[in-house]
Design a protein around this ligand. Structure first.
Ligand code: ZN
Length: 150
């Protein structure tokens, strides 16, 4: 388990230092701003949705290591997927990071998203890990009000 933890730690550090899809999209159909005032995370998620699938996705902004890494892994994971898959991944991811620290998380099929399972032991960090997902969700739903975790 400690090897796995180290691997996950490395993945988070890597995605924090070199966030994937960290840019603005030249052509986008949806976007939303997310704000986590407790930590100071503030990001914008841009999406290009075509035929109910995520054709392209990118994010911008400033956030802590967990927030940035989570947004980075999220964009990598959802690109090319159907919206129903994206919503179901969000549900699974949310369950994993908000689950009881006393129970083993069910991370089957989550790939790199499993790296954030350890967040459940740090309630203050849960909002950092889920901000990008909530923001993407709001963008897909076309809600124009800024998203806040409060
Ligand atoms: Zn944060």
């Amino acid at each position: 388990m400690s090897d796995l933890r180290e691997l996950y730690q490395e993945l988070i550090v890597d995605h924090h230092k070199n966030p994937r899809n960290f840019r603005k999209l030249e052509v986008s159909s949806h976007h939303a701003v997310g704000n986590n005032p407790i930590c100071g995370d503030r990001i914008t998620v841009h999406l290009l949705i075509k035929d109910d699938a995520v054709e392209d996705i990118a994010f911008e902004g400033t956030g802590c290591a967990i927030c940035t890494a989570s947004a980075s892994v999220m964009t990598e994971t959802v690109k090319g997927r159907h919206l129903w898959e994206v919503e179901s991944l969000f549900d699974r991811f949310h369950d994993v990071v908000t689950g009881s620290p006393d129970e083993a998380p069910d991370t089957s099929g989550l790939g790199k998203l499993a790296a954030f399972a350890g967040v459940r032991e740090f309630p203050m960090r849960v909002k950092c890990a889920t901000l990008a997902w909530h923001t993407m969700h709001a963008a897909i739903e076309k809600k124009n009000e800024p998203v806040t975790t409060e």
